[in-house]
Design a protein around this ligand. Structure first.
Ligand code: FES
Length: 164
């Protein structure tokens, strides 16, 4: 799902209040709220985390523990483009290393990093489930298979405005 709201919007606190009110008496309320924030905002900001703690009558460390326990929750605004490389076995034998080197060369960052202008982040993941189409990757929310270094060069050039 693509986030539709921003913590820069003036009404973000009202939205968080609404989300918390909907799950107020549910046992797994913190977890449900984290999922809702991810869906709506794309990540969980620190002020949102503090507000959630207050609204659910928990401490900030309790809410922080939930937010950091699950890998799918992000506490940092995503880069404009996130390139997630599959490091599963099929992709490794089908050219993943070449893709990784291309990304690192063109963007000047390693896997796990993000460019200083927040335009790109490179991440890696276990098998993305499309092994017959290896090497595979996610480009933001979209799965891509049989990715070539030329595909990557083109995509990065398009999104940076640089010549391919
Ligand atoms: S190993 Fe990459 S999609 Fe399965």
């Amino acid at each position: 799902m693509h986030a539709t709201l921003s913590y820069d919007d003036p009404g973000w606190e009202d939205k968080v209040r609404q989300i918390c009110a909907e799950v107020e008496n549910v046992e797994s309320a913190p977890l449900l709220v984290m999922h809702a924030l991810m869906d709506d905002f794309g990540y969980i900001s620190e002020p949102a985390l503090v507000l959630v703690a207050e609204l659910l009558h928990l401490t900030a460390p309790q809410v922080f523990a939930v937010a950091t326990y699950y890998h799918e929750f992000r506490l940092q605004k995503p880069a404009d483009t996130t390139l997630m490389l599959c490091r599963g076995p099929a992709c490794r034998v089908q050219g993943m290393v070449g893709l990784r080197k291309t990304m690192e060369r063109l963007l000047g960052i390693a896997v796990g990093g993000r460019t200083p202008d927040d335009k790109f982040a490179i991440e890696s993941s276990g098998c993305l489930g499309i092994c017959p189409h290896a090497p595979a990757m996610m480009i933001d929310h979209d799965l891509a298979g049989r990715v070539t270094t030329e595909d990557l060069e083109k995509l990065i050039a398009e999104r940076t405005g640089a010549p391919a």
